[in-house]
Write a protein that binds this ligand. Structure first.
Ligand code: SF4
Ligand code: SF4
Length: 104
């Protein structure tokens, strides 16, 4: 379980680096985010939620029953859209109001 950062989408805003509780993400000289060592990531998903450019993808590996599903987040009208893209191409979405933190 870890994240991957899409450098094409990253605009170097630094929000993911600020939010990561393990200080695992840094902004490089090209103003792109990268994770120092993906093996150190414990999958809290804070950075995924913070990136409004869908530049961070979270891989749900077999270790947590995800079988390679990719998760990413989109923000729209103060709502969070959690997308789950399965290896077979199917997509699911969960809509969350961040002000209602007890739902998930
Ligand atoms: S939050 Fe997203 S766009 Fe901003 S630096 Fe991190 S990966 Fe790049
Ligand atoms: S998922 Fe959590 S621990 Fe892993 S890089 Fe993102 S913020 Fe850091």
């Amino acid at each position: 379980m870890s994240i991957r950062i899409d450098r094409q989408r990253c605009i170097g805003c630094g929000k993911c680096a600020e939010i990561c509780p393990g200080n695992l993400i840094v902004i490089d000289e090209d103003k792109k985010a990268f994770i120092r060592d993906p093996r150190d990531c414990w999958g809290c998903a804070a950075c995924v939620k913070e990136c409004t450019f869908q530049a961070i993808q979270y891989f749900l590996g077999a270790d947590i029953g995800g079988k390679g599903t990719i998760m990413y987040v989109k923000k729209e009208n103060n709502l969070l859209y959690w997308f789950f893209k399965k290896p077979n191409g199917e997509k699911e979405v969960i809509v969350q109001n961040p002000n209602d933190n007890t739902t998930y």
